[in-house]
Design a protein around this ligand. Structure first.
Ligand code: ARG
Length: 446
């Protein structure tokens, strides 16, 4: 069945190619497609396009489809293009003529837009909860190992005194910035495209504000043509936020891979969390961390892929846009897996406490030696020269964490201030699940 069938039998190979991966991808949208239809039907009744009896029957039928989906028995049949067509087919077989009225004043273009936005909102909200758990883990490791010293590196050369507190805490603050991007992506996403039809509005007197309220959007996308332009634009914003999170994980995993080498040995994991070699009995490999690095590096190509896909598309709907779903949905899934496994690894990370005993780190106190002279009134350049001479025999007195007092230094991590900012952002992620939303909308069937 095709929603656009008009007596010509479409060539099956054409149908298969155009459906593409939608039969698999669209199952992520099923619940939201039903919820969107519920809101649409309540609105159709409100503006007098269907009567009360029809509204109640349609809502009840939609709800039974929701339950089938929860039970796993609502699948997209072969020969059916997408979830929108499958649901309409089911509605027609349950309710006949009344069932077919759900498409009144709607195109699949605004239907898929609203489904994607509701799906994306849910995914962003649950991702934020996961990011929050990881943020807290980094912060608690930072507090736990606040006093444990680490050499800080630049150019892969020992540079200055650092600490595990500073290192773990840096990834917490990085996640806090990533979360700010997720807040922005969420805000752009949380506007209602429903009612813009094919991208040009409709002569039916729809009440778009009502569907926005029912679906708990912050506002409308007003311009109908912009609604279709926004497909690809919102994905770009979401892609940037996901790529930022991926970058944080990728850089952390690179650190860990390096810090696990025999040469560094700053961190380690229990045997159950590392992998072996099929030929070299001594190997303890960080495969998990390498895969986090590889997968998150690939996620960082997402903004580029979204941009390329929509570049040079004229305004209006084009089937190219369908391919965005797969990209974004897969990225959500990949990133969730990477966040979860990072959390598991962090729950088991071991750190070494006597790293600075290695004489190669004797020189990392040279900069603070210069500062000591500066505090005695010696001009910085003169002090620098004097200390440069000392570097050859590296006779420096060591600084302690308590010598570092300014905000963000190893002696004053400001983890509370970072947490306050993070928690402020977390207040934005608060929407209902599809089941809660369906339950709420079913009040209108009474
Ligand atoms: N599967 C399509 C998509 O994701 C649904 C919209 C189809 N609209 C159309 N005008 N062909 O874009």
């Amino acid at each position: 069945m095709k929603l656009w069938e008009k007596g010509i039998n479409p060539e099956p190979a054409i149908i298969e190619f155009t459906a593409g991966r939608d039969r698999k991808t669209d199952v992520h949208l099923t619940k939201w497609d039903i919820v969107g239809s519920m809101a649409h039907v309540i609105m159709l009744h409100d503006v007098g396009l269907i009567d009360n009896e029809e509204k109640k029957n349609i809502l009840k039928a939609l709800h039974s489809l929701f339950v089938w989906d929860e039970e796993g028995s609502l699948a997209i049949e072969s020969g059916i293009e997408d979830i929108h067509s499958q649901i309409e087919k089911e509605m027609a077989s349950i309710l006949g003529t009344t069932g077919r009225k759900i498409h009144t004043g709607r195109s699949r273009n605004d239907q898929v837009l609203v489904d994607i936005r509701l799906y994306t909102r849910e995914k962003i909200d649950s991702m934020a909860q996961l990011v929050s758990r990881l943020f807290q883990k980094f912060q608690s490791l930072s507090e736990q190992y606040r006093e444990v010293l680490l050499p800080g590196y630049t150019h892969m050369q020992p540079a200055m005194l650092s600490s595990f507190g500073l290192w773990f805490g840096s990834y917490a603050e990085s996640l806090s910035d990533d979360l700010a991007l997720l807040v922005t992506a969420r805000a752009l996403n949380n506007r209602n495209p429903l009612g813009t039809a094919a991208g040009f509005g409709t002569t039916l007197p729809l009440n778009r504000k009502l569907t926005s309220e029912l679906l708990e959007f912050d506002d409308l996308i007003y311009n109908s043509a912009y609604a279709s332009l926004s497909r690809g634009k919102v994905e770009a914003a979401v892609a940037s936020a996901l790529a930022a999170l991926a970058q944080t994980l990728s850089r952390f995993s690179m650190d860990v891979c390096l810090y696990m080498t025999a040469e560094y040995r700053f961190v380690d994991f229990p045997d159950e969390y590392v992998t072996g070699s099929s030929i070299m009995p001594h190997k303890r490999n960080p495969d998990v961390i390498e895969l986090i690095r590889g997968r998150t590096n690939l996620i960082q190509t997402l903004p580029g892929q979204v941009a390329v896909l929509v570049s040079n598309l004229p305004s209006g709907y084009y089937r190219d846009l369908q391919l965005l779903k797969q990209l974004i949905f897969d990225a959500f899934e990949d990133l969730v897996e990477c966040l979860e496994i990072t959390l598991l690894m962090l729950n088991n990370i071991r750190i070494r406490k006597n790293i600075l005993e290695n004489p190669i780190y004797n020189t990392i106190f040279s900069t603070e030696e210069v500062n000591r002279l500066v505090k005695q009134g010696i001009p910085f350049r003169d002090a620098y020269k004097a200390v440069s001479v000392m570097v050859r025999n590296s006779s420096f007195s060591r600084t302690a964490l308590s010598d570092y007092v300014h905000e963000g230094s190893p002696g004053n991590l400001c983890n509370e201030a970072i947490a306050t900012r993070f928690n402020e952002s977390m207040k934005c992620f608060r929407n209902k699940s599809a089941a809660e939303m369906a339950g709420k909308l079913m009040e209108y069937a009474k």
